[in-house]
Design a protein around this ligand. Sequence first.
Ligand SMILES: *Cc1c(COP(=O)(O)O)cnc(C)c1O
Length: 242
Amino acid sequence: MSDLVQSIREKYVQTLDAIASAAHSAGRAPESVKLVVVTKTQPLEVVRAAIEAGVTTLGENYPEEGVMKIQSLREFSAVEWHMIGHVQSRKAELVTGNFHLLHSLDSLKLANRLNRFCGEAGSTLPVLLEFNVGGEQSKSGWQTGDETLWPALRDEISAVIALPNLQVRGLMTMPPLGGTAEFSRPFFQKLKRLQEYLSTQFPNANFSELSMGTSGDYGIAVQEGATLVRIGTAIVGARQYA
Ligand SMILES: *Cc1c(COP(=O)(O)O)cnc(C)c1O
């Protein structure tokens, strides 16, 4: 094993252990949480090393960069690729043909385009709905900071659920950046409450997945019910902007 594979492997295993203890502390089964290793901006050698270290689910933020990596690493056919970043509508087609799960579906417009491209290709795309639970103007996701806004979301969410080629599986959020992990807890709790609200509003839909928690706060996210955590720097190191 190369030094790079070895060092990623150590951090990957430590992270899985920390997820398992957070799950136990909340009375949850460790297997109920899936670790998505985020490799945005990381060069191909790092992504390859992560796969060789045992990583099975990778998260990318930028459609072109992700597709380039997917195509270059096709030999690893068991790996699952998740799109976790904002997708512009004109990039929708890159996502439908290449990714196993879109975490960041943030508008009805994007949903309609994804649905159309899936229809043309005869495929379906599993998606999570991204919600902006912190209420920051600059962030993507449906605005849900203030709970009085929730009823107004019903029409759009209902339209997304009705699209035949998208499979809604749950919710995702990226809370405001805070100093400490505890700072994120109320935002994770809010996403959980929103999951309960949507489940009562749409009893036939599936909102079972909760994608929340990154390097700094995933333990808290797991305690609050995360089923997918998205972790980059804690496993593959600092991002490598060109
Ligand atoms: C970059 C990114 C992550 C990973 O963040 P780390 O702090 O490196 O763990 C998770 N989710 C999203 C949406 C991201 O853009």
